[in-house]
Design a binder for this molecule. Structure first.
Ligand SMILES: [Zn+2]
Length: 374
């Protein structure tokens, strides 16, 4: 455990005081278990390379937390710090004994507005019925519970972890033994979402597939650092990469059903991928030319062979202007190859497909323009 009572009955946090002071009280049998009031002693410390904590002499506590691992102890400290940093106005307590439900929460958060949250850090296996009991007891006591799992269970398929995902739609794993602690967020996605992800580009963090018990859902695991994750008031875990991906997906859905090309949507979709400068210098001039005359290339290409099309002098002049513009772009680093890549980043959905083809034709024209020049 990380909290004991000192000589005056005051709560003492393992890392809150000098180790020498704790050892002195420990030797004089002045530290007590907050639960059974039995004597506890200080354990661990820098020279033992383990987390400082308190332990009963022979596991004689009815609340027994004695089988606690260093991982579990360390996780509680890491998570309490993570929560206090996010909610400076809230009171964050370690190993809080709650009258209702009658158990000790690993970490307890009392927000300024009176809402309460218990955080359970689970490193050991847990029976699914036991999880349901504890979860229901928290709900009954009007305490929101958040379950965070030790990364030692990351590869295990366990019913209680599936139950957490089913109840809150996601679960986080952390490895508190590393600094800074890495974190993994796992959540269920549908087959349809998985298909959409294949279309979205520009998202690099690793996303490992994982198939749960349910056949209609797939699991996605995002890996990052705990310090980049935040816990929202409603209990949702927020990671910037996932937020960006979700924003891309919702844009993609809008774009799929759009009647016309929307400049703002295209800007929002492509900016994280190609950057703002390239959009202003390359993409938007192309888009404006396209919207004025989407069929220029079709007329030009087919007009040279098929009788149904006709190339006017004006078309020929516009193509000439386009070549000059493309040459200048190539000198600025936006080569034919670059344009080809850009065309591939434009999603092939709704009215955007035709524009992607248009950019591809410009890339082709750019190759010709720069070849003639070189
Ligand atoms: Zn005890």
């Amino acid at each position: 455990m990380l909290v004991a009572y000192g000589p005056e009955g005051q709560p003492v946090v393992a890392e809150g005081l000098h180790l020498a002071q704790l050892k002195d009280w420990s030797q004089r049998d002045l530290l007590y278990c907050p639960n059974c009031r039995g004597i506890v002693h200080v354990r661990g410390g820098p020279e033992k390379r383990t987390q400082i904590h308190f332990a009963h002499q022979k596991g004689e506590c009815s609340w027994s937390t004695e089988s606690e691992t260093i991982r579990h102890l360390r996780g509680k400290i890491v998570l309490a710090e993570w929560l206090q940093k996010q909610f400076p106005q809230a009171s964050v307590s370690l190993e809080k004994r709650l009258p209702e439900p009658n158990r000790i929460a690993d970490i307890f958060v009392m927000y300024a507005d009176g809402r309460q949250r218990a955080i359970e850090f689970q490193c050991a296996p847990l029976d699914i019925d036991e999880w349901h009991l504890r979860h229901a007891a928290y709900i009954k006591a009007d305490i929101r519970d958040t379950w965070i799992i030790g990364s030692n269970r990351l590869e295990k398929q366990e019913a209680f972890i599936d139950a957490i995902i089913a109840s809150t739609s996601e679960v986080m794993f952390i490895d508190p033994l590393l600094t800074p602690p890495p974190a993994w967020i796992r959540w269920a996605i549908t087959r349809e979402t998985m298909r959409e992800w294949q279309v979205v580009k520009g998202w690099t963090p690793s996303l490992e597939g994982w198939v749960g018990r349910s056949r209609s859902k797939y699991g996605a695991t995002l890996s990052g650092l705990l310090q980049d994750v935040s816990l929202r008031g409603d209990g949702r875990l927020i990671h910037p990469n996932r937020s960006e991906l979700e924003a891309q997906i919702s844009l993609l859905r809008e774009m799929r059903t759009a009647q016309f090309i929307d400049e703002a949507s295209l800007h929002a979709y492509l900016k994280p991928i190609v950057g703002g400068e390239a959009l202003n210098v390359v993409l938007f001039p192309m888009l404006h030319a396209y919207m004025l005359d989407p069929n220029l290339f079709t007329r030009y290409n087919y007009g040279r062979g098929s009788g149904d099309y006709f190339v006017s002098d004006r078309d020929i002049r516009r193509l000439q202007q386009a070549r000059i513009w493309l040459e200048r772009l190539a000198q600025r680093g936006f080569s034919a190859n670059w344009l080809e890549k850009l065309a591939q980043e434009i999603p092939l959905v709704g009215p955007y497909t035709a524009f992607a083809n248009y950019v591809e034709m410009l890339a082709f024209l750019s190759r010709g323009a720069t070849n003639e020049q070189g």
